[in-house]
Design a protein around this ligand. Sequence first.
Ligand code: DAT
Ligand code: MG
Length: 152
Amino acid sequence: FETERTYIMIKPDGVQRGHVGEIISRFEKKGMVLKALKTYQCPKAVAEEHYKDLSSKPFFGDLVNYICSGPVVAMIWEGPGVVKSARLLIGATNPLESAPGTIRGDLAVEVGRNVIHGSDSVESAEREIELWFGDKAGVVDWTPTITPWVRE
Ligand code: DAT
Ligand code: MG
């Protein structure tokens, strides 16, 4: 199997509101494979690096403060086309435009409290995985025993 990976992060609002289990469950049910998971209190420098492409935006300061405002749940998920597939589960950036059935569509109402992050490309995914899991702690290479019931 190919091993596309994506970086998924439940933001502090998702953690505070008690949506960790619900969100992880959606990825598990889809058939994606959990390769790493940790709670993390994000230092400002990591949030700034993560969102560096947005550093010129007027909301950048608020965004960094929000990501650092409480624990996040940082994860690596693997699967076929997982980067795009995860973005479809997550829904549009602005929760008022995210389809019902998506995570943001079901759980959020404002772009500044949109519950979850997912990498937007394979290249971003690898960059973000290196940023958040660079020390490889908790990253496990494994294949679920049910894989033949999920993939041909
Ligand atoms: P996404 O998280 O869907 O990849 P993005 O990369 O364009 O979206 O932006 C990253 C985050 O920045 C987004 O989840 C919420 C925040 N953000 C984006 N656009 C915003 C805006 N117009 N006002 C406030 N926050 C915004
Ligand atoms: Mg993005």
